[in-house]
Design a protein around this ligand. Structure first.
Ligand code: 8X3
Length: 252
């Protein structure tokens, strides 16, 4: 019997990462959940296991290269890596944005993805049929006022995906970028506004209906389960009420 293919998901403690873990587990992958918050990924792994699927949890900070390298030693062969860890900090204009925020966003979104991808690329290649998913954002494709360091970091992640695809063509690994627009998750906007739930709620005010984490997980699951020779280079997914980063239909 062939071994169950393994999928590693970073940032699996909540939102799109957690939903993707559930989706890929249901699709037949043994999912390895990573995030900094061990209690959360352990609870999710238990939930997935109880549902009759295979899941394990491994506490990991993607910006800690030594820890990422240590984690990678567990894999000789890997089918799927979903680089989901990342996020936004602040919505200040360029004129007043905090360089520390910019640096941190570059560190988590770009260097985090680079660390995990570099460390697991040998195992993805060794599988003979590997898939790397990079969760960027529509912020990776065009700018918006107040997007600042997040837009810059996500553009960096987009370029990482494009460049890697060019460099590894001819190897049995595909690179899929999924770029979601407005997604309402438990934490994204609250983290961006440092716990200010009122400001966070305004992001989605009057929007019928923002994407959910499950909507995005569904697109990831679809892209990952296409036949091996089909590479979904870039998948942009937005709610119907959002026509661009700056054109959102609101009822209030
Ligand atoms: C999330 C989309 O519009 O907040 O990546 O940049 S947005």
């Amino acid at each position: 019997m062939a071994a169950t293919p393994i999928a590693v998901i970073t940032g699996a403690s909540s939102g799109i990462g957690a939903a993707t873990a559930r989706t890929l587990a249901a699709a037949g992958f043994r999912v390895v959940l990573t995030a900094r918050r061990k209690d959360r990924i352990e609870a999710l792994a238990a939930e997935i296991t109880e549902a009759g699927h295979q899941a394990t949890a491994y506490a990991l900070d993607v910006t800690d290269r030594a820890a990422v390298d240590e984690f990678a030693t567990a894999f000789r062969s890997l089918a799927v890596l979903v680089n989901n860890a990342g996020g936004a900090l602040g919505a200040d204009p360029v004129a007043t944005g905090d360089p520390a925020d910019w640096r941190q966003m570059y560190e988590t979104n770009v260097i985090g993805t680079l660390n995990v991808t570099q460390a697991l690329l040998p195992a993805l290649t060794a599988s003979g049929d590997g898939t790397i998913v990079i969760l960027s954002s529509t912020a990776a494709l065009s700018a918006y006022e107040g997007g600042g360091g997040y837009v810059a970091a996500k553009h960096g992640e987009h370029v990482l995906a494009e460049t890697l695809r060019l460099e590894i063509v001819g190897t049995p690994v595909r690179v899929i970028e999924v770029a979601p627009g407005m997604v309402r998750t438990e934490e994204f906007a609250t983290t961006r506004f440092r716990g200010d739930t009122e400001k966070a709620a305004k992001v989605y005010a009057g929007v019928d209906a923002p994407l959910t984490a499950e909507d995005v997980a569904d697109t990831i699951g679809w892209a990952v389960t296409r036949p091996s020779h089909v590479n979904i280079d870039l998948l942009v997914v937005r709610p119907r009420a959002q026509a661009s980063n700056t054109k959102v239909h609101r009822t209030v």
